[in-house]
Design a protein around this ligand. Sequence first.
Ligand SMILES: [Zn+2]
Ligand SMILES: [Zn+2]
Length: 350
Amino acid sequence: MRAAVVHEYKSPIVIEEIPDPVGSDEGVILTVEACGVCRSDWHGWQGEWPGFTASLPHVFGHEFVGTVLEAGKNVQEFRVGDRVIVPFTVGCGKCEYCRRGESNVCENIAMPGFSYDGGFARLTHVPNADLNLVRLPDELAFADAAGMGCRFMTAYHGVTTIGNVRPGDWVSIYGAGGVGLSATQIASSAGANVIIVDITDDKLDLAKRLGAVRTVNSTKDDPVEAIQDITKGGADVSIDALGIAQTVTNSVRSVRRKGSAVQIGMTPEGRNGQVPLTINDVVSNEISYRGSFGMPAVEFPAMLNQVATSKLRPGDLVTKHIGLDGVNQSMNDMTTFNTLGVSIITDYEH
Ligand SMILES: [Zn+2]
Ligand SMILES: [Zn+2]
């Protein structure tokens, strides 16, 4: 099959023929129909997340949808031809977290495109299919749905389950990339007032079209001051969708007393990443600082109900359809932050 293979970190990704994946009794082989190129792929390609990523050579791609090509003999819920989403947080089904529906923090988590080869290839194997696959509503085109495998679902879990965003809340969002833009649409749809912070006016304009009521360009204005001013005391919930030291700190400083700071962006330094926090403010203002990682499969029905009726529109974030050959260009664009919205691989022949 045709695949985009990383042989060396930070070096051009090689488009080549590699052997087809091998199936398993509990798993499926999927024909990948569309796969987003996410900043986490870029971090992996940079070699920044050794704790998360398999050894080289490796096929990245963790934000994909596909059609079941082959189902293992013990798979009950899915058949050949089914259209499915693969949440990138694939649980084992056996640990105490999986047993209570929190498969996104599984003790034995396996992430397609990180722990094993992923969606930058025509075919891929997904283990534990019954637990992890989610059926894709017929109304949804593959290209519009791919984002639900990573960035859109990650934003949904962060805004709803972790952030507990309520109608009328002020929500500040740092970073107008795929997660930040998704969170903008989701929080706005839930009735919140979103203030989004970025350094690029094009991205802020796109965020406005997705529902943000105010934008802050942090190269021109101090974002914490601007948010404190607009909200008269701070956001009810702030989301850091980037993970660099400055946005982590600023996001926490943007929160009002008793508010919540939700951390979605991971630091570039993998498991050893350390970022300074304004601890005395966190303590004396009783601020909740919470991590949010992917989304367990059990939370999909609530999100899909809103997507199937177009209340939520992950397809609105998609700005580019590319071929497998376009992966290098996408990675290079991420290096220079020269991206707008979400790029999706839809053509595996070119
Ligand atoms: Zn991702
Ligand atoms: Zn588990």
